[in-house]
Design a protein around this ligand. Structure first.
Ligand code: TMP
Length: 209
């Protein structure tokens, strides 16, 4: 049996994935698991500096600069935080990971999707999520949930966000075993029930409990 678990939470800005991640943390801790919550970009000190540029830099950020910054944050995060936590037997819940780069920089910004998949592999150095929950919601609903105070990525416009959503759905179709699609238009309670059922099954399969 493997030691810990690595579960990623993906979806549009405003999909509700962070709320679900926090509910899941409490649920798993009540069951006695050691859980760590983390996120990309910007979980660690170095990453927080990268996040500040990515979300709040006011000048022009070239698409390739943006791409490498997300990847740089990931490489640091995986090496210094995620892998050690999994090796210690923890359940790592990560708010965004490799699929975000394919959806946002690939489908959204138009960078080469196959190239991004290769660059992601270099950044994670052999790590793959045991499970990814993809929270899918209509772009209009997601944008309304985000509200009017938007960061640099959230301000990219509705057409961009529609492409991102479509990108996520493509990636899910290519990886149906790893990525489970959840209808995030439903109520928080229903979405949490759906998420819980998938995670309980994974824990039984991978940790034998
Ligand atoms: P967050 O607000 O969910 O923490 O995510 C930060 C923003 O960065 C969000 O708009 C999605 C975007 N993003 C990318 O464009 N590419 C990536 O690889 C990651 C991890 C996030």
């Amino acid at each position: 049996m493997q030691k810990g678990l690595f579960i990623t939470f993906e979806g549009a800005d405003g999909s509700g994935k962070t709320t679900q991640l926090n509910l899941m943390k409490s649920f798993l801790e009540e069951k006695g698991y050691e859980v760590v919550v983390t996120r990309e970009p910007g979980a660690l000190e170095l990453g927080r500096k990268i996040r500040e540029i990515l979300l709040h830099y006011e000048g022009k950020v070239a698409d390739k600069c943006e791409m490498f910054l997300f990847l740089a944050d990931r490489a640091q995060h995986v090496e210094t935080f995620i892998k050690p936590a999994i090796n210690e037997g923890k359940i790592v819940l990560c708010d965004r990971h490799t699929d975000s780069t394919v959806a946002y920089q690939g489908y959204g910004r138009g960078q080469d999707v196959n190239l991004l998949k290769e660059l992601n592999k270099i950044a994670v150095n052999g790590l793959e999520p045991d499970l990814t929950l993809l929270y899918d919601v209509s772009t209009e609903t997601a944008q309304n949930r985000v509200g009017s105070e938007k960061d640099r990525m959230e301000s990219a416009g509705i057409e961009f966000h529609k492409k991102v959503r479509n990108g996520y759905l493509e990636v899910q179709k290519e990886n149906p075993e790893r990525i489970k699609l959840i209808n995030a238009n439903n109520s928080i309670e229903k979405v949490f029930d759906d998420s819980k059922n998938i995670i309980i099954k994974l824990i039984q399969e991978k940790l034998g409990e």
